[in-house]
Design a protein around this ligand. Sequence first.
Ligand code: NAD
Ligand code: PRE
Length: 303
Amino acid sequence: MSADSSSPAIEPCFDTLAVIGPGLIGSSVLRRARQTGTLARRLIAVEIDPAFRERVTTLGIADEVTGDVAWAASEADCVMLCVPVGAMGEVAATALPAMRPGAILTDTGSTKMSVIDAIRPFLRPDVAYVPAHPMAGTEYSGPDAGFATLFENRWCLLTTLADADEKALERVTELWRRCGARTKTMTPEHHDRVCAIVSHLPHLLAFTICGTADDLADETRSEVLDFAASGFRDFTRIAASDPVMWRDVFLSNRDAILEMLARFTEDAQAMARAIRWGDESYIVDKIERGRSIRRSLIENKQA
Ligand SMILES: NC(=O)c1ccc[n+]([C@@H]2O[C@H](COP(=O)([O-])OP(=O)(O)OC[C@H]3O[C@@H](n4cnc5c(N)ncnc54)[C@H](O)[C@@H]3O)[C@@H](O)[C@H]2O)c1
Ligand SMILES: O=C(O)C(=O)C[C@]1(C(=O)O)C=C[C@@H](O)C=C1
C-alpha cells in the first residue's frame, strides 16, 4: 500500500469521509486515511469539544475540522459515527436528514442492537446504513490516542440488517480492509453476545477487581496496591479505560452482559468449590484451558 497521500496507487473508497468523533477510533481511521490516501480523497472531522477540535487541526489529520454535524454530513458520501454508543442516536438524528441520496452511514460502536435501535427511527430509504465494530483499541481516548496501525491484523465485525444494502456493505468492508483489518459479518444479536464475553465482561471484571482491592486497602489501611505486580497490573490496563464509553457499553448491552456475568459467576463458584474440596484435576483443567487460549491468541497474532 502506498504511503504517498498525493498519488494513491488505487482509487479511494470514498470521495469525502466525515468522521464524527475523532477520538481514539475516529482519529485512527483519519490517520490511516491520511497515511495511505486510499480511504477517501477528502477528510472531514466533526468534534463537539472545542479543545479537541483544536488538537485535530494541529495534528493535521483532516482537511476540515468542524463542530457542525449537519454540514459535514451534507458534504460526505460516507459518514462514520465514532462517538460513545449512548450518543449515536442523537448524532444520527442530526446527520441523516442532511445526508446526500446514495451516501452511506456507518458507525464503530462497541454494541450493536441498541445502536441500531437508536439510529433506526432516523434512517432514510436513499441512505444505506452499515453498522460496524473494529475489535481494536487501547485504554486511552481522545484524538491524541489514535494511531494509523491500530486496526492492523484485528477483526472488524460488520453486522447485517434485514434490508442490508450489499453494495454499501462491500464498500465499508473494503474501507476496513484498507485499514488493515480482517472482516467478518454477523447478526447484531450474535455480535452483542460475543462481545459481552470477550470484551465487556473482561472490562467489568477489571473495574470491579480494582475497586475491591482499593476498598481492602482503605479498610485495612495497608499498602495492598503498592505490592501489585504484573498479574494485578494486567487488569489495571483495561481498568484505565474511558468511563463514559464503558458506562454506555454496559447500559446498552445489558441483557447479554448480565447473561455472561451469571454464567461467569456459576463458573467462579465451581472453582471456589474445587478449591474448598481440594479438587486438583478441576483446578488444573481450568488453568490449562486458560493457558491454551492465550497461546492460540499469540499464534494468531491476537495478543
Ligand atoms: N476504545 C476502544 O477500545 C473502542 C474500540 C472499538 C470501538 N469503540 C467504539 O467506538 C466509539 C468511539 O470510541 P473511542 O474510544 O474512539 O472514544 P473517544 O472518547 O476516544 O472518542 C470519542 C470522541 O467523540 C467526541 N464526541 C462525543 N460526543 C460527540 C458528538 N455529539 N458530536 C461530535 N463528537 C462527539 C468526543 O469528544 C471524543 O473526541 C465508541 O462508540 C466506542 O464504543 C471503542
Ligand atoms: O485493548 C483494549 O484496551 C480494548 O479494550 C479494546 C476493546 C476490547 O475489549 O478488546 C475494547 C472495546 C471495543 O469495543 C473493542 C476492543
